[in-house]
Design a protein around this ligand. Structure first.
Ligand code: SF4
Length: 379
């Protein structure tokens, strides 16, 4: 644990009022950086030791100060409800060690073709009726190259669902620049592509694509003017240093992701990680609170693994700065929280569903004719 001494306070050049308030008690790095975050807003020049020191702060102090950043940057009562639908399940060529959809592991999951339009739109309609404002479509592919028919079909789904007044997100694997532009033109709000873990630990989890390829996809998404959704998974057997490494990569991107999902591994039988022990709630709280302090404006999403947490445990995650959840029976192929239980939790905790936000994908951009999209996708 790292504590702030007088000399560190001086080196951080805290204003007099803050320095005075620290004169009677020692405080944590989380407290200092949270104050700075509130005062100066987001920054992209974080060092890894700085993030590590926030992460290592006494957990209740970390939680308290993350809550303050959260209240400063967001309406603390608002939680976005997103629905994630697997529109193309299983049979994936990649070897992500946590994933039941990889064709390399024997998880009993049957590969399916791309869902048809009626089924996808019906699911989106139901999600909207149930209060979701963002509809995410996931396909178990390495990338969309060579899948022109399917890709064009997905562009149609994006247009239709955006036309229903929902934010639309896709996670289809690696994306080329051209495809990102086409998705943008169709009205896509956000693209999800997780970094999963630190650069150092990544080769223990996936060998079929590199960390840099992942970052390249994020760059294409950003350049196309689509919001970036990128986070990771804890409980893969990584060290705390790797969790810090993941957060460091995200927080030092030229622009922070608009959305940062924090997943807790749900170990699936048949995958190489089937015997991993479940993560503790305090590990989630450390991740969420650190993410909130270092990326104050991002939506921090309490994602996979939420099903294992009680309402009081989830309440601590919301307090720490999580402001988005996935609702619906399943998260791709793994179980998720019951719909009625989530409604009850919202009522109990005084949470309100967040309205859709199209501000970063304004109507003008959405309709823009200026986006250069070549006649066909590269797939
Ligand atoms: S996480 Fe995605 S890319 Fe990796 S195996 Fe699963 S579906 Fe394929």
């Amino acid at each position: 644990m790292m504590w702030i001494t007088r000399s560190i306070r001086r080196s951080l050049m805290l204003p007099h009022s803050h320095a005075a308030s620290y004169s009677t008690a020692l405080t944590s790095v989380a407290a200092v950086e949270a104050e700075r975050s509130i005062r100066e807003g987001p920054r992209n020049d974080w060092s890894r030791p700085e993030i590590k020191s926030i992460y290592d702060s006494p957990v209740l102090d970390l939680l308290f100060h993350a809550a303050q950043v959260h209240r400063h940057a967001h309406n603390f009562r608002e939680v976005q409800q997103c629905t994630l639908l697997s529109i193309k399940t299983g049979g994936c060529s990649e070897d992500c060690s946590y994933c039941p959809q990889s064709s390399r592991y024997n998880t009993g999951l049957k590969a399916q073709k791309l869902m048809n339009s009626d089924a996808v739109l019906e699911a989106a309609k139901k999600a909207k009726e149930a209060g979701s404002t963002r509809f995410c479509m996931g396909a178990a592919w390495r990338d969309t190259i060579g899948r022109k028919t399917n890709f064009n079909q997905i562009l149609e789904y994006v247009k239709e669902i955006r036309g229903m007044g929902m934010e639309v997100c896709c996670t289809l694997g690696m994306l080329e620049k051209q495809q990102a532009l086409e998705l943008k033109k169709a009205g896509l709000t956000a693209y999800n592509h997780n970094l999963d873990t630190s650069r150092e630990y990544y080769p223990n989890i996936i060998t079929t694509r590199t960390y840099d390829e992942r970052l390249q996809t994020l760059e294409h998404v950003r350049e196309a003017g689509i919001n970036v959704c990128s986070g990771g998974i804890i409980g893969l057997g990584e060290a705390e240093e790797d969790r810090v490494g993941l957060l460091h990569t995200l927080a030092t991107l030229p622009t922070h992701p608009e959305s940062v999902p924090i997943n807790a591994l749900l170990a699936v039988k048949g995958t190489p990680l089937e015997d991993q022990k479940p993560v503790e709630i305090w590990e989630m709280i450390r991740m969420i609170a650190t993410a909130r302090i270092i990326m104050p404006k991002a939506m921090v999403r309490l994602s996979a693994g939420r099903v294992r947490f009680s309402i009081p445990e989830q309440a601590l995650c919301f307090l720490a700065g999580a402001n988005s959840i996935f609702t619906g029976e399943k998260l791709l192929t793994t179980p998720n929280n019951d719909y009625d239980a989530d409604q009850y939790m919202f009522k109990l905790l005084g949470l309100i569903p967040k309205a859709p936000d199209f501000s970063q994908n304004s109507g003008k951009d959405f309709e823009s004719e200026n986006i250069e999209v070549a006649a066909s996708s590269s797939g």
